[in-house]
Design a protein around this ligand. Structure first.
Ligand code: ATP
Length: 505
């Protein structure tokens, strides 16, 4: 489905609304509707379980959004959490200068992929993609072009060389997508943190920031957690919470928001052992994405061309969004940068005594950081499909279906009496509903013909529909219909709960 259809599906079925819509909305801020909040909570709980419940050496935390302003000085965000900004003088539109260049690279990649596809068609089964990439002069040319631009952009970003980013935009003759003109301003730095005032304290003294990442709440609590839980290194701290960034350009729906939610885990390790855990978490996180139902071909690793000020290795897990492969999650080896900085600015020791080495040190950190909203968009855009299926009479009909993994589907089960105006059926169906509702989110629906009720449940991703009919009154069995296969089975009411629960993991 295309991106527009996904967005309108989200609104129509109560997944996502624009914030303050009656006032024409607030740019890049969104609200989650009744089905959206369920899906989002399920994603969070799937992540939390995989981190905290499944790892004896990972514990949870929930820290405040406001933190002492020195936190952000220490972390480097006050001085370095900037994006390069550029304006087009004709359209007056504002862009992230690095994204303009990245989009250019993506266009070249599109051309390269086209060449590969063409060759694949031409050579059929004999096609050797690796060899073609290495030898076809046009493909090699595209690849070299992409690599050269990416490397130059990476260096310019790391060095904060704004002039060179501008030069790159001019040399590549990048035009404004709105005006088509190449009349650009200089590139300037723009700090992404929102700020506000503490109580009635005016000026710099009372300046507070809304956290741009949840990680710092974990760093400043490192010793509190370690001492109160008596964890030994290596161990991790996980947190889910809101973060805020004053993004320069906020497009692409919930992909880039100004208020969003992160699921982060900082893993504290011995200095020198960070690369081992970096590799471990890279693989573990990729497996998690597979286990939540995302197909492997829609995911890929992408090494950072320019490292953030705190990292000595960093990789993104990218997902094939409706607008191309983009970052879904980051895995970063953050060294001892944050803890050392907090130690220096607070004057408090943030060290760990390692009983095996008989030595104090500031631990190194490997972090996994995923945006909950981006995961939501990835799951939804992957699952939403239109397909042709036989209807009750065996004729072809189309249905819109959300093939979410049952564990994250908003509603797990719908209980449907075959007919609405037969009291014995509605009573039996209400009994089934009452039996299931304490265990998982269940809906009772008796409006419209059964086929239309199935379609409504398909559209919100309900994996199991249970139909109560006249046979139910005779033998205490119901029909369970599976969303993806459309298979229907007769099962006993007493087995329903276990059958459905068993499929939700
Ligand atoms: P990008 O390059 O897309 O701006 P980033 O590299 O700044 O992202 P990180 O600082 O690594 O992102 O943040 C970790 C995760 O938080 C990202 O992988 C993403 O899923 C999520 N995230 C970051 N910024 C936003 C945003 N504005 N809206 C929604 N999710 C976000």
């Amino acid at each position: 489905m295309d991106f527009k259809q996904i967005i309108s599906h989200c609104k129509e079925y109560g997944f996502i609304f624009q914030s303050s819509e009656i006032y024409d909305g607030l740019s890049a801020v969104y609200d989650y509707g009744p089905n959206g909040v369920e899906l989002k909570n399920n994603i969070k709980s799937f992540w939390w379980k995989s981190m905290v419940q499944m790892h004896q050496n990972i514990v949870g935390l929930d820290t405040a959004i406001f933190m002492h302003p020195k936190t952000w000085k220490a972390s480097g965000h006050v001085d370095a959490f900037n994006d390069p900004l550029i304006d087009n003088k004709d359209s007056k539109k504002r862009y992230r200068a690095d994204v303009l260049v990245e989009d250019y690279i993506a266009k070249v990649e599109g051309k390269l992929n086209k060449e590969i596809k063409k060759a694949q068609k031409r050579f059929g089964d004999d096609f050797d993609e690796a060899q073609y990439r290495a030898t076809n002069s046009r493909v090699v040319g595209y690849q070299e072009k992409m690599d050269t631009i990416a490397e130059r952009l990476g260096t310019a970003m790391t060095d904060g060389n704004l002039e060179d980013i501008k030069a790159l935009i001019e040399e590549l003759e990048i035009a404004c997508p709105v005006s088509g003109s190449k009349n650009w301003t200089d590139v300037r730095q723009f700090n992404l943190m929102f700020n506000t005032q503490l109580g009635n304290i005016a000026g710099e003294e009372g300046k507070l920031y809304l956290r741009p990442e949840t990680a710092q709440g974990i760093f400043v609590n490192f010793l509190n957690v370690q001492k109160s839980t008596r964890q030994k290194i290596p161990f991790g701290i996980a947190q889910i919470g809101k973060a805020f960034r004053n993004e320069i350009v906020a497009r692409q729906f919930i992909f880039r928001m100004r208020e969003f939610e992160q699921m982060e885990m900082q893993f504290f390790v011995r200095p020198g052992e960070e690369m081992k855990y970096y590799e471990y978490w890279k693989e573990t996180r990729m497996k998690w994405h597979h286990s939540i139902g995302t197909p492997a071909e829609k995911l890929r690793f992408h090494d950072h061309d320019n490292l953030a000020h705190y990292a000595n290795a960093a990789v993104d897990i990218q997902f094939d969004f409706p607008f191309g492969f983009k970052e879904l999650e980051g895995i970063h080896s953050r060294t001892d940068f944050d803890l050392s900085q907090h130690q220096e600015l607070s004057g408090r020791k943030l060290q760990y005594f390692d009983p095996e080495l008989n030595e104090n040190y500031v631990p190194y950190v490997v972090e996994t950081s995923i945006g909950c909203d981006r995961m939501f968009l990835a799951a939804l855009s992957n699952a939403l499909q239109e397909e042709t299926v036989p209807d009750a009479k065996g004729n072809e009909s189309t249905r819109t279906v959300l093939k979410l993994h049952p564990a994250i589907a908003p509603v797990k089960c719908a209980v449907l009496p075959l007919l609405k105006n037969k009291e014995e059926l509605t009573k039996a169906a209400t009994d089934v509903y009452d039996q299931l509702k304490p265990h998982f989110l269940t809906q009772y629906d008796d409006k419209d013909a059964i086929g239309r009720r199935y379609r409504r449940q398909d559209a919100i991703g309900t994996p199991y529909c249970v139909t109560v009919d006249f046979d139910t009154l005779e033998d205490n069995t119901v029909t369970i219909r599976y969303r993806d296969s459309l298979k229907q089975e007769r099962i006993r009411i007493e087995d329903l709960k276990a059958t459905i629960a068993g499929k939700l993991i």
